[in-house]
Write a protein that binds this ligand. Sequence first.
Ligand code: SAM
Length: 211
Amino acid sequence: MEQLRGEMVARDLAGRDIYDQQVLAAFQRVERHRFVPEEFLNHAYDDRPLPIGGGQTISQPYIVALMTQCLRLNGEERILEVGTGSGYQTAILAELAWEVYTIERIASLSERAQKTLAELGYANFHVFVGDGSQGLPQHAPFDRIIVTAAAPQPPAPLIEQLTVGGIMVVPTGSRVGQDLEVITKNRDGFTTATACRCTFVPLIGEHGYEK
Ligand code: SAM
């Protein structure tokens, strides 16, 4: 598995436009096969999303890496992740930041992710079940926010819960295709840049899509 992981990092991340050495090192360390259902183990290091139950997916490694790189982490950040899913992105963030708050609307996925992350020895993460489109106001503000499901527009409560100077990465657009937006908050509002086109499962909630 370690060899397959190394090949995935070289071919699908460093071989494309993932240049942040800390991000590449984290992908080399985190065992993606631990977050994948047993029937898909043979595909754990393919660069593609895989089903994790509940109609949800573990995202493609390249897009997880690109979103992480866009966050420009230095190890001191408190991060909010919306859409825990399998917990794989949570593990990557836990490797690179100070503390990760992660929220998932499907309780069974959240429980499984929490178990996997604990088994792997991570201690700097906090798991919540609920509608992450509303953020986690009781734990705000956050230095970084990452939304791993598609929203019609950047959820207003999440922008509010971002520190000035903070960065949020969020796929926005229709249910079938989105732009990966990188939002940087400043004193007067925020600026937006588009990293790429992408396709995510919908963010279901008050500031997302209806079920
Ligand atoms: N980051 C995950 C990983 O590494 O496995 C992949 C996440 S998957 C593409 C998107 C997740 O967002 C799904 O698990 C879905 O249930 C969750 N989700 C959708 N709407 C949500 C909401 N309003 N609040 C929290 N989670 C939500």
